[in-house]
Design a protein around this ligand. Structure first.
Ligand SMILES: [Zn+2]
Ligand SMILES: [Zn+2]
Length: 304
């Protein structure tokens, strides 16, 4: 079985370690495949955003050489979708030989300015007061659908990031018709445009204390034959394998038998089976996961 982490950050964006440090840790913890997905250069916002430097790219090449045969390393990028900057993204994608293009929606425009859907709870609450939660949820999934239609991407990151501040369903209930309709419509658009989605384990340490997407969404994705990959969205090396085994387990429970990894923008299927999980879970991850399932109830059934 191949243990894959398809989503991580380094010092090239808002991560805390170099590619070599991340790769060394991945190898130490028994991973077989990693993909670096630093944030794209957001010319229009956000201080940490910068172009990928030659020295960064060289270090990835060095790591690929150093760990050849032991750890497979891909070069990807996480592009922060905003409807008006598509031409910039096309240029950024053409600048390097990326193996993988990950698209995400972190920023929404409220008519006058961009705000982050997962950055600061006060800002999110203020925008909900101004626009109403239905409008924000609609705008979020509308942007995800436009991202899918753009055909620039291989995969959508953290499908339901909009739930991050929805602690104890304080803004919406995921079973509400309006929410379900937005999600299902978005899954249909993703299928139509041949995108894959990821199980992103980082939510277990964020406010929502749950993986992205919620389990019912993963089941709906499986019904539509939408392929998946798995990413820890690790920003420091200690999280390089956080929640990965739980994510494989969730995938299996949703009906999946394989996940994807990417090379040269081509998807490669990697099969897995229940018997493929001999490794003991690390306590901290297990605790994180159990806490999260208690709080949300959403993934509780899948822990057995
Ligand atoms: Zn992201
Ligand atoms: Zn990320």
């Amino acid at each position: 079985m191949e243990l894959i982490n398809h989503h991580m950050h380094t010092l090239a964006s808002d991560g805390k370690h170099t590619p070599l440090e991340m790769a060394e840790e991945a190898l130490k913890r028994g991973l077989n495949f990693i993909c670096f997905t630093d944030h794209n250069h957001r010319i229009y916002a956000v201080p940490f955003s910068k172009p990928l430097s030659e020295s960064h790219l060289n270090e990835i090449k060095e790591a690929q050489k150093k760990f050849k045969g032991k750890l497979d390393i891909s070069l990807g990028i996480e592009i922060d979708w905003t409807e008006e900057h598509q031409e910039i993204f096309k240029k950024q994608i053409s600048e390097h030989n990326f193996d993988f293009i990950l698209g995400s929606v972190h920023l929404l425009n409220d008519g006058t300015e961009y705000f982050g859907v997962n950055y600061a709870p006060e800002v999110f609450s203020e925008k909900v007061k101004k626009l109403g939660i239905k409008k924000i949820v609609h705008e979020y999934y509308h942007q995800v659908r436009l991202l899918a239609k753009s055909k620039l991407f291989d995969c959508l990151a953290h499908f339901d990031l909009i739930k991050n501040f929805n602690v104890d369903s304080s803004f919406f209930d995921e079973q509400d018709n309006f929410y379900r309709e937005e999600v299902l419509k978005t899954l249909d658009e993703i299928k139509k445009n041949n995108l894959c989605i990821e199980i992103n384990t980082s939510g277990i340490i964020y406010r929502c204390k749950a993986m992205f997407p919620s389990f019912w969404i993963l089941e709906e994705a499986h019904k539509r034959n939408i392929p998946i990959t798995i990413g820890a969205d690790a920003h420091w090396k200690e999280r390089i394998d956080a929640g990965l085994l739980e994510a494989y387990d969730l995938a299996r429970k949703a009906g999946y038998k394989e996940i994807l990894k990417f090379k040269n923008r081509k998807a490669i299927k990697v099969k897995f089976a229940k018997t493929d999980f001999p490794r003991k879970l690390q306590t901290s991850h297990k605790e994180n996961f159990e806490n999260s399932s208690k709080k949300t109830g959403i993934i509780q059934n899948s822990l057995k």
